[in-house]
Design a binder for this molecule. Structure first.
Ligand code: SAM
Length: 218
């Protein structure tokens, strides 16, 4: 990762209240290098330039830090090349994280990155989200996803996996608000409600993002 990409990462992380240490910056540089290397053989991401990787994968993933960092346990459903879960783990080593994807080669990549970065409390599991409740019912403080499924599909999968006071976080683009409005009936039927909808522009970019935080209606 070149110097300007590193500066961009430092600034982008700071926009979400994250001050990256030199070792964390090195961890992201290593992650970017592996992503580019593996991407030549397996299709992990359409994003291949350093600046785009920094903004659209790393900084975008870090946008959930103000909400999720400090949690005990996090499940990332449909994590692909490791987003947002690996950036989150780089920032908060104490989180117990389970990363799940239905495509095995993506999970093999994530395990490789986890080993290289020395991530402990990080498990990458090859599985479909639909079967997780058999093993992980009620286990997670947060179930998160980025670019995974529409809100009703995601919450139906996530709800049985949440702890009693667990929450669900869907990372969406500019259509987040419209999706939330369309999902209201379904959410209410499941005993859920949107507790926060955070809309923002990705730093150093014009891309619109929204974070949809969903909790139990009690
Ligand atoms: C568009 S990608 C997003 C990957 C990553 N979250 C990101 O934002 O870069 C969606 C991922 O969800 C995975 N996926 C789709 N359906 C799934 C399911 N039912 N269970 C687990 N993973 C699934 C796909 O294999 C794919 O890697």
């Amino acid at each position: 990762m070149n110097q300007s990409a590193r500066s961009l990462l430092l600034q982008g992380a700071a926009a979400f209240g994250v001050t990256l240490s030199p070792p964390q910056l090195d961890a992201f540089a290593c992650y970017a290098a592996e992503l580019k290397k593996w991407n030549r053989k397996i299709n992990l991401t359409a994003i291949t330039g350093d600046v785009e990787i920094v903004l659209k994968h790393f900084v975008d993933s870090l946008s959930i830090c103000p909400i999720v960092a400090g949690a005990g346990s996090v499940l990332d459903l449909g994590s692909g090349g490791g987003f947002p879960v690996i950036p989150l783990k780089v920032i908060d080593a104490n989180i117990e994280a389970l990363s799940v994807d239905a495509v095995e080669k993506k999970i093999i990549f994530q395990r490789h990155v986890g080993r290289l970065l020395g991530l402990s409390g990080f498990t990458a599991l090859h599985a479909r989200g639909e079967v997780l409740a058999e093993r992980f019912a009620g286990r997670f403080d947060w179930v998160v996803s980025r670019a995974f499924a529409d809100i009703p599909t995601f919450v139906r999968m996530a709800l049985p996996l949440c702890a009693a006071d667990g929450k669900i976080l869907a990372m969406k683009g500019q259509a987040g608000r419209t999706e939330v409005e369309a999902a209201q009936g379904e959410l209410t039927g499941l005993g859920l409600k949107v507790v926060e909808l955070i809309e923002f522009t990705l730093p150093q970019s014009t891309a619109q993002r929204s974070l949809v935080v969903i909790g139990k209606n009690q």
